[in-house]
Design a protein around this ligand. Structure first.
Ligand SMILES: [Fe+2]
Ligand SMILES: [Fe+2]
Length: 218
């Protein structure tokens, strides 16, 4: 892959990530209404679904170097699940009857599971989804700072956010190896665009219909 292709994909991501952020009015309206445990339960769902997507891809992706990246991600997302679960228990939240996959897989997870080629998986998964995660976690960290939840902030800043940034980096590494032609580039671009389209729409819906803003990603 020429550097031009990767640079172009990176600039597409960067220019669109701003749209993942909820608008100021909604943030103001939602202030104080969303408790940290509620947002951490959304995080549990995200982490479990990211684990499932990665695990499926370890099994159905032919290239060994890609299997290893997806496997690394699976281990990290499962670790995040455990750490967030522990934090929720410390906050006194009862998770005995909590099912992270109820009532259904999210539309974003279904979309990722529908991607067929390795290039699309690398582009939609580690590259696009993890780029979104880094932005969402940054917003979540700001909220934690505002609320003075230092324990959760340390967990995100010192462990989870570092891993998600690394996953994004792994996505770039995969695309660099996988994209050899203009057709490959266009396939990657299409997977990135469709993943971001959906993420933008879901962020908007979550804010407007459920008042959920600043939820962490993964
Ligand atoms: Fe991740
Ligand atoms: Fe994660």
């Amino acid at each position: 892959m020429t550097n031009t292709y990767l640079e172009e994909l990176k600039s597409i991501i960067e220019s669109r990530l701003a749209l993942i952020q909820p608008n100021e009015t909604l943030i103001q309206e939602s202030k104080g209404s969303l408790e940290i445990p509620t947002l951490l339960k959304i995080a549990l769902k995200n982490e479990m679904e990211a684990t499932i997507v990665g695990a499926k891809w370890v099994g159905n992706t032919p290239e060994t170097f890609c299997k290893l990246v997806f496997a690394k991600q699976v281990g990290d997302e499962a670790k995040h699940y455990r750490l967030i679960e522990d934090r929720l228990k410390d906050l006194g939240v009862d998770l005995i009857n909590f099912d992270p996959l109820a009532p259904d897989l999210s539309p974003l997870t279904k979309h990722l599971l529908s991607l067929k080629t390795t290039i699309e998986k690398a582009a939609g998964g580690p590259f696009a989804r993890e780029s979104i995660a880094v932005v969402k976690n940054e917003q979540f960290l700001n909220l934690l700072d505002e609320r003075g939840d230092i324990e959760t902030e340390n967990l995100y800043r010192n462990t989870i956010q570092k891993d998600e940034a690394y996953h994004k980096q792994l996505g770039e590494t995969l695309l660099k190896k996988l994209i050899k032609t203009k057709e490959d580039f266009l396939l990657a671009k299409q997977a990135i665009d469709s993943t971001l389209d959906l993420a933008e729409e879901l962020t908007k819906q979550a804010a407007e219909k459920k008042g959920i803003v600043n939820a962490p990603g993964c």
